[in-house]
Design a protein around this ligand. Sequence first.
Ligand code: BTN
Length: 268
Amino acid sequence: MPLVDPLRLAPLLGLWAGRFDVDALAECDSTSSEVLRRAEAGAPAGLVVVADRQTAGRGRRGRVWHAEPEDALTFSLLWRIEGPPAGLAGLSLAVGLALVQALERLGFHALGLKWPNDVLGLCSGGWAKLAGVLVELSSGPRGTQVVIGIGINLRAPRATLDQAVAGLADLGPVPDRHAVLAALLASLGEVLAHFARQGFAPLRSAWEARHAWAGQKVRVSIDAGRELTGNCVGVDLDGSLLLSCPEGLRRVVAGDVSLRALSGGASE
Ligand code: BTN
């Protein structure tokens, strides 16, 4: 029996229970791949696949995402939004914000966001990555299909060479995984509904209030080996990163950008 029982989740979701159809698996290749396959077969928005173990978990920038079943929560959500993907640049940031707000409601503090959507926790050594988000968009006759894959560490995984990592347990007592998943889904439901009506603009100040690297000097690697160095000013109304560079203010819009602190801090 998988670690998540959808029957235990439903009462915790309250009013949101009717909006999500949660399937829990002991194992799959990747919850996002599984949701994509089911979406192609006609699954409705609100489908959630949560798996204890992924044999081919995918991260951003083509990376592998590895997590131990007992120590993590890995799931993907299918959503659909009217209109073309062009206006959806800020969606990725909105998802990160939804996760942080859910964790705050669960009583966690010292949380931050790293552009575009990494969730960080402030631990003894500085900011460390708590959760990663992979947003995959595709357009179709009914608008834009969005598959949102989320991996959140309940306990810290083994540290990687290039990145500080943490788990919720580093920040406080970890609630039962059903409570964590219900809080994350309810918050995603709220933020996505908000985003569908008004886009990212009304969420910008809440995102910036949690921007872990605000005002810091960073190096942003963009495609084809190009890099920008500048101060993180904030994010624009469409979710692009604003960097104050020697040559002036630059907007970074590319979906996959990594930030590297020039001294210390979390990096990707
Ligand atoms: C990142 O690189 O930071 C994003 C990681 C996203 C991992 C999650 S785990 C659940 C879902 N299924 C996947 O294969 N990837 C996402």
